[in-house]
Write a protein that binds this ligand. Structure first.
Ligand code: ADP
Ligand code: MG
Length: 507
């Protein structure tokens, strides 16, 4: 997905207020009725409806009238909320090109004020094949009423917490910098995914190191569960860094042994195939280097490892990742697992391997500083007084990703380009990017945008009507007449909506 964040600079304080109101509404509504968005946002004179039109145009929200009339955030809208929050916190100040695309994530370069380049991972749970999505959606949405934003946020929080804890225990992982919503900021790994590496000076040493990591993880009570050549980065000195932790499980998981063996097998298979490892040992060391000897002598078994589960619990909890979060995310992984692994879905579900053919989709990782362009002062849009609106509300059904008090520094700028289709100076080619740019949405949202175009005229009409009603209600105190589809919220003292409204008033 191309993340064109130019629009971010052109969005007003009210735009973000309404976007945040949609997000808050989604805590207990799959689709948030416009009336509720309006009440949460609390803009005067029916302003919410006008803003919603703008957000729709920029594909930051999606309109849905299948069950009742309302809106939900798109991934792009969610991206903007997370990015703006992190920029407000001073974590980074510019977004650069995309450097990676995973099964369920997009990875971009970001730059701090002092020019340090970091990596930003935006989680996109649900961006797998339709069938797999449907299986997971059935499992989660209908039975447990989870939503994709929640799951993506959980994945990000888990990744951040594990990265931090593993780093503290000396594992070679990127440095965890910060996390907000579905977004994790980490250090940029200086290297390449192992899958892109054709030759190694010391393949057997790298093999031992990598295998040793699986064992050490198990000793710390953990199994990576996606330990393969796509999630191992290697630099020019053949130093290894492991990445991608949202699917990790404890050694006490009921399928722990199977996951452990699968990780080990992935590594054996890759090194055998790519570096002809067993053949190399055959040639050089005829006595004990046969494939079967390699297998039986060096293959670690789950039962032979002294495991101490709960080793990292304290560190994980310190990052705000709870056991309940782990249970929730495991339900997602387990819930869709059968479908994903099943033979029927093989052709539809892109695995890392299928998505990232090393020859066809080589993604250069060298940092191109020119691709990053810091905005001029006049581009600066952040208002110091809207910072609170962007932080996730704390008292919600869904735990927030951060608990610490936020410090916000005015004066940060966001300047974005993707480095692919911009001018050679790295500047956006459109002068009116925020107003007229086509903002790309993730594949999972392609359908949404098609629907959107069809519905556009109708919706514009409806929004204008709702706006007139809102204005009339505000001016004359008349009760807005509910349409057949419209959502009814009585907003009693104890209802969630009135709580949300109360919270919104504090902004
Ligand atoms: P997914 O969970 O979707 O598989 P990953 O975390 O594996 O996502 O990231 C996908 C790709 O992005 C990786 O294969 C790698 O090329 C790149 N990448 C991820 N994290 C970093 C990082 N910290 N530094 C550099 N490149 C990264
Ligand atoms: Mg990966």
């Amino acid at each position: 997905m191309k993340l064109d964040v130019d629009a971010l600079r052109y969005l007003s304080k009210d735009d973000f207020r309404v976007l945040t109101a949609v997000e808050m509404g989604m805590r207990n509504h799959e689709i948030v009725p416009a009336e509720l968005v309006d009440r949460i946002a609390g803009l005067k004179h029916g302003g919410t409806y006008k803003v919603l039109k703008n957000l729709l145009k920029n594909k930051l929200v999606h309109h849905d009238s299948s069950k009742y009339d309302g809106f939900r955030l798109t991934y792009l809208g969610y991206d903007f909320l997370a990015i703006k929050t992190l920029v407000n916190r001073g974590v980074f100040s510019a977004v650069g090109r995309q450097i990676g695309v995973g099964k369920e994530s997009d990875i971009f370069e970001v730059a701090t004020e002092d020019g340090t380049i970091l990596a930003m991972k935006l989680h996109r749970l649900g961006r797998v094949s339709f069938r797999a999505v449907k299986a997971k959606r059935d499992y989660l949405l209908h039975r447990n009423s989870y939503n994709w934003l929640y799951l993506s946020r959980l994945a990000a929080l888990k990744e951040y917490a594990f990265m931090k804890a593993l780093g503290e225990h000396g594992f070679p992982v990127p440095t965890a910098v910060d996390c907000n919503r579905h977004c994790v900021i980490m250090s940029l790994v200086n290297g390449y995914p192992l899958v892109q590496v054709k030759q190694l000076q010391n393949p057997d040493e790298v093999f031992e190191t990598v295998l040793g990591l699986i064992v050490r993880l198990a000793e710390h009570g953990l199994i990576h569960c996606d330990f393969n050549e796509f999630n191992i980065m290697i630099d020019d000195n053949e130093e290894v860094t492991m990445i991608d932790f949202p699917q990790m499980v404890s050694v006490s998981h009921r399928n722990a042994e199977m996951y452990f063996d699968r990780d080990v097998e992935c590594i054996f298979k890759f090194f055998r195939k790519r570096f002809n490892l067993s053949g190399h040992e055959d040639e050089d060391d005829n006595d004990d280097g046969s494939e079967s000897d390699l297998e039986s002598n060096s293959r670690p078994t789950f039962s032979s490892i002294t495991k101490s589960s709960g080793f990292l619990d304290k560190e994980l909890a310190a990052s705000g990742f709870t056991r309940r979060d782990q249970d929730d995310i495991e339900k997602y992984i387990d819930g869709g697992g059968e479908e994903i692994d099943g033979p029927d879905s093989n052709d539809e579900v892109p695995s890392d391997q299928e998505e990232q053919d090393p020859d066809e989709n080589h993604i250069p990782l060298a940092v191109n500083m020119n691709a990053l362009h810091l905005a001029d002062q006049h581009d600066f849009l952040m208002h110091s007084n809207d910072k609170d609106a962007l932080e996730e509300p704390q008292h919600s059904m869904i735990p927030s990703t951060t608990s610490e008090a936020e410090t916000s520094r005015a004066g940060h700028q966001v300047s974005i380009n993707d480095g692919d289709d911009k001018g050679s100076d790295g500047r956006p080619t459109s002068a009116h990017a925020g107003c007229s740019n086509e903002l790309e949405v993730s594949r999972a949202e392609q359908d949404d945008s098609n629907e959107l175009n069809e519905d556009d005229a109708l919706l514009t009409k409806r929004l204008s009507k709702q706006r007139r009603r809102g204005v009339a209600a505000a001016q004359g105190g008349h009760k807005a007449i509910s349409s057949r589809n419209s959502y009814k919220d009585k907003g009693g003292r104890s209802s969630n909506n009135s709580k949300l409204q109360k919270h919104a008033c504090k902004w």
